[in-house]
Design a protein around this ligand. Structure first.
Ligand code: ZN
Ligand code: ZN
Length: 404
């Protein structure tokens, strides 16, 4: 049995760029180590979810790890809260929220509280309260955004929003959509009132009024979702598993799945992340763990920036960091792919398929010795994200036989 290393270059896939002589960043990059792995393995294309579906990083990683996102993806609320680094538990109900400005009659004057830029950490802190037996957790996001989580027994997300979704209207009363929603709707309405009481006279808002800025004196909630219970990854696949991931959204998903996030110095989830530390950390971790997932966020950031030169450069940095992988293919199955395409010309995720490679000693090589979107068309694989775990288990000689 071999060990398994799954490397996700986030947002890897791209389209040809003028700035790169109509090559993709992956085609334009010098990447002798990744190409070495390709020539010692199998190459092809992968639809992370299904042909033409534009995945988020969350839905794609779920699918790659063997969790059907159409079943377990319960809305943006829980996953945005995970993305802010909140420690969530199955059954928690999470909302997307806005700090907003209301008058004394709770009419919404500004849904974004003057696009508040600072102090929201302190405002959020003041909202960590308890109502009846329900614990409330708040965490600030970018600008006016905040995630609100309700933790307690008997809570269902089947309720309506308090956010009126327009200005000059009153804050909405949350209504249950069925009997299950009754308890949470009541708590949410109480929370909304309390959020006004707490925030209206909060020192941050007193200061804002002095500066002629709009106070962030209420929280509007929308998009309730329940944190899903994911089948434990280690049990599901009999793999002792870890991940090295800088982005909170992805490490949050791993934690829910029971994959242990490893802390490695220099791993940040930004463009400047220490890729060498990541790869070395993964190789070390493979001594203890059977399966290690690595996510490198930098290509996605360059794609969203619309910067193909930068994307080429971060791929070259990733390639340099992967040099030590050449020495472990005798005892490891290595897969390199992405979670979705983020073409620089689009600056967002698209449904274009991604190149994928599986490298290990003793595989039937398919003769593709370069790893990019175009070479991959001639490769032997044409898979979906939901095939990934089956392929990795098979090539590491860990599959369970189907039948006698
Ligand atoms: Zn992504
Ligand atoms: Zn992205």
């Amino acid at each position: 049995m071999k060990k398994i290393l799954l490397i996700i270059l986030d947002g890897l896939g791209d389209r040809p760029s003028k700035e790169l002589n109509f090559k993709t960043p992956l085609q334009a990059a010098r990447k002798k180590n990744i190409d070495f792995l390709a020539s010692n393995g199998i190459v092809g294309l992968m639809d992370p979810i299904a042909p033409g579906i534009r995945p988020g990083s969350d839905t794609s990683h779920l699918n790659l790890l063997g969790y059907d996102p159409y079943k377990v993806y319960t809305g943006r609320g829980p996953f945005e809260a995970l993305g802010l680094g909140m420690d969530l538990r199955p059954g928690d109900i999470a909302f997307r929220g806005n700090f907003a400005t209301v008058d004394d009659d709770l009419n919404v004057i500004d849904r974004r509280a003057g696009r508040i830029e600072s102090g929201t950490d302190k405002l959020a802190q003041s909202l960590n309260i308890k109502i009846d037996d329900v614990e409330i957790l708040a965490k600030e996001g970018v600008e006016h955004r905040v995630a609100i989580v309700f933790r307690g027994n008997g809570l269902s997300p089947k309720i309506t929003d308090t956010d009126p979704h327009s200005e000059n209207s009153k804050v909405k009363i949350s209504e249950p959509l069925n009997d299950d929603g009754k308890k949470l709707a009541k708590i949410v309405n109480e929370f909304t009132k309390k959020s006004y009481e707490i925030l209206n006279n909060h020192p941050i808002n007193i200061e804002r009024r002095k500066q002629n800025k709009r106070p962030a004196n209420i929280v509007l909630l929308r998009g309730a979702g329940i944190v899903p219970e994911l089948e434990n990854f280690e049990k599901k696949y009999s793999l002792h598993s870890a991940c090295i991931v800088g982005v909170p959204l992805i490490s949050g998903i791993c934690k829910l799945a029971g994959i242990t996030p490893l802390k490695i110095k220099g791993v940040t989830g930004t463009i400047n992340t220490d890729m060498e530390a990541k790869i070395k950390g993964a190789i070390n971790a493979l001594n203890e763990y059977d399966f290690v997932l690595v996510n490198i966020k930098a290509p996605d950031i360059a794609g969203h920036d619309g910067n193909p030169i930068l994307k080429r450069d971060v791929i070259e940095r990733a390639d340099k960091a992967m040099e030590p992988l050449r020495d472990i293919i005798d005892k490891t199955v290595i897969m390199i792919t992405g979670d979705h395409s983020t073409p620089c010309s689009v600056k967002d995720h698209t449904g274009d398929p991604l190149p994928v490679l599986i490298s290990s000693e003793g595989l039937r090589k398919d003769g593709i010795d370069s790893f990019d979107e175009i070479s991959a068309i001639k490769g032997s694989l044409r898979i979906r994200g939901s095939d990934v775990m089956n392929l990795l288990l098979n090539y590491s000689d860990r599959s369970e036989k189907f039948g006698a």
